[in-house]
Design a binder for this molecule. Structure first.
Ligand SMILES: Cc1cc2nc3c(=O)[nH]c(=O)nc-3n(C[C@H](O)[C@H](O)[C@H](O)COP(=O)(O)OP(=O)(O)OC[C@H]3O[C@@H](n4cnc5c(N)ncnc54)[C@H](O)[C@@H]3O)c2cc1C
Length: 300
């Protein structure tokens, strides 16, 4: 098979010609392709940060489960993909003596689900096991999930509810922000151009809950909620705004939780899957369910 493709960057209906010389006769098939894009494979964090800093149009590539799809849809057209899959500093899960977990952003959902260390905070594997299907879980990463800042993703509300901290590096320095400061908007996070999320720190705790109403069994969430009752009850709602919405009910009593959600005056979007009013109703329902689970685990 001979592959003939020219640079098609910026073209609205990109196509390339594939000449199948192995078949009887000669066939020309139009196929959809990504725009031409550079590819870099750093093997250290320093190299990765250097590449991202040098090229304005560079973008980190983690599992590619979101990024490649948005590139195919022409919603993003990076000039260079900086593949993080070969950078060992960004992988792995470490359990500290005080029960704190340090998770490398390039940890896949499947690796986290299988990790003995991650069992220190059981809600992590429980929620990762609900994400999409096995192919997505094998490739998709914890860091890619939060850096996408897709309001329908499972992990942003979870990270906010359990009080995760995000370490962001740039050449020559790093800073740490709380998860609730990390999510800035749809597809926008505190990790800006030239920066990388390098570590997610999860405090110890077991009294957590998660509840969601998805589209179909493994589908995208219509509304989700993560709750943590390790100390003050804290609930983060997803799919009801650009970033997770944090509410702190006075108790896990379902009516107190519903009242706290109502008091937050959420303004969720309406779409083909759910009207804004139905999402508001679901927000109360899933918040109460997540809080009840968190409280129940606290009393075990
Ligand atoms: C069919 C399908 C169904 C899905 N369903 C769900 C679902 O139900 N729930 C859910 O939560 N997710 C779902 N997803 C999304 C999936 O979880 C993705 O894996 C995730 O959103 C992105 O992770 P990734 O590793 O693939 O990142 P990529 O797609 O490689 O990257 C995503 C973004 O994050 C940036 N990025 C990645 N790593 C870093 C880093 N360390 N520092 C800074 N920026 C970084 C990239 O530059 C890019 O902008 C689904 C995906 C598919 C294809």
């Amino acid at each position: 098979m001979t592959f003939v493709a020219g640079r098609r960057k910026g073209q609205m209906s990109p196509s390339a010609e594939v000449v199948c010389s192995g078949l009887r006769g000669r066939h020309t098939i139009a196929v959809m392709l990504l725009s031409e894009v550079g590819y870099a494979r750093p093997v250290t964090l320093e190299q990765a940060l250097g590449l991202l800093g040098e090229h304005d149009g560079a973008r980190a590539l983690a599992g590619g489960q979101t990024l490649i799809n948005v590139m195919k849809a022409r919603a993003a057209s990076p000039d260079v993909l900086v593949d993080l899959n070969w950078v060992p500093e960004l992988k792995g899960i470490e359990l500290r003596p005080d029960g704190t977990l340090e998770i490398g952003p390039m940890t896949t959902y499947t690796e986290l689900i299988a990790s003995p260390e991650a069992r220190a905070r059981p809600i992590l594997a429980e929620v990762c096991a609900q994400i999409a299907d096995v192919q997505v879980r094998n490739r998709g990463t914890i860091g890619g999930n939060v850096c996408s800042s897709d309001p329908t993703n499972h992990l942003p509300p979870l990270m906010v509810a359990i009080g995760a901290e995000m370490t962001i590096a740039v050449t020559g320095g790093e800073r740490t922000v709380r998860a609730e400061e990390f999510f800035l908007g749809v597809y926008m996070t505190a990790a800006g151009p030239g920066e990388l999320l390098t570590r997610i720190t999860i405090p110890a705790g077991r009294s957590d809950g998660f509840a969601a109403v998805p589209i179909g069994r493994d589908g995208t969430c219509i509304v989700n909620a993560a709750a943590s009752a390790n100390g003050e009850l804290c609930i983060a709602l997803g799919c009801v705004g650009a970033v997770p919405e944090l509410v702190r009910p006075s108790s896990e009593d379902p009516e107190a939780v519903r009242e706290a959600v109502r008091a937050a005056e959420l303004q969720p979007p309406g779409d083909v899957h759910a009207s804004a009013a139905y999402r508001l109703h679901l927000a109360e329902v899933v918040a109460a369910r997540a809080a009840a689970t968190a409280a129940e685990r606290g009393s075990e």
